[in-house]
Design a protein around this ligand. Sequence first.
Ligand code: CP
Length: 318
Amino acid sequence: MRHFTCVNDIGNLKKAVQEAFEIKKDPFKYDMLGKNKTLLMLFFNNSLRTRLSTQKAAMNLGMSVMVLDVNQGAWKLETQRGVVMDGDKSEHLLEAIPVMASYCDIIGVRSFAQFESKADDYNEIILHQFMQHSGKPVFSMEAATRHPLQSFADLITIEEYKKTDRPKVVLTWAPHPKALPQAVPNSFAEWMNATDYDFVITHPEGYELAPEFVGKAKVEYDQRKAFESADFIYAKNWSAYNDPNYGKVIHADRAWTVDSQKMALTNNAYFMHCLPVRRNMIVTDEVIESPQSIVIPEAANREISAQVVIKRLLQDNY
Ligand code: CP
């Protein structure tokens, strides 16, 4: 694996999950693999889980870690080529990338959709510039269209908790006051579509995801119907994908909040969310605090997914 940006990069999913379980049993088995190697983690956007879990994963592998919050303390970066840089951005990404790459062996990048240009977001221009100009293995710590470390952790979690071979997994839109990217639902759909699970997506009309991410999933506009017999409920908000509303909140209908009445329609489903979550918007206190909520073990698995990915990048490139 040269880079890790989507489900296709990880190869056979069963093997990847097996490797994750092995690492979970013995996290320090490969603690010499990263000796004298440095991970640079670059954040264009905020993070709690990704920052800590990825750093811990790299430390488990014996790596040194540098973290840079691009917008706090570093020079403001221009990302578009051809711009006359007479504004507040002092440095261009095309110089910054090779400079930063010269100090490290692997680069993790977090760069969300900016909602200024759908084409730029869906072409992943920032992530691709890192892959093109750094000369180093690059992995996504959530990009404009995908959050693969999260989706891998979600898959590991479902494999740990599932009670049947082919569980019914439901991705449900839920309300949120601000416009959020489609990266988590896109990515979750991509990873679920790579399994043989019964995978259903439910959302209000107007919140359709890009067809390439919906893939073979069933789309059900009636949330209650979608919840029937579900084994896992994965809640997430996202903004509109389709034009002319790209990146906008069309409405934040509180009738879509995940509550106990809806969970009662399921097959005693587990509740999942990538976090951070807005309580009593996305999910009620009662559901997220219930024994069926597995949001904490799901977040803990972020360390495991990151460790599998960084381990493979070290093994395949050094
Ligand atoms: N789920 C997730 O990526 O969390 P952070 O945004 O806190 O990293």
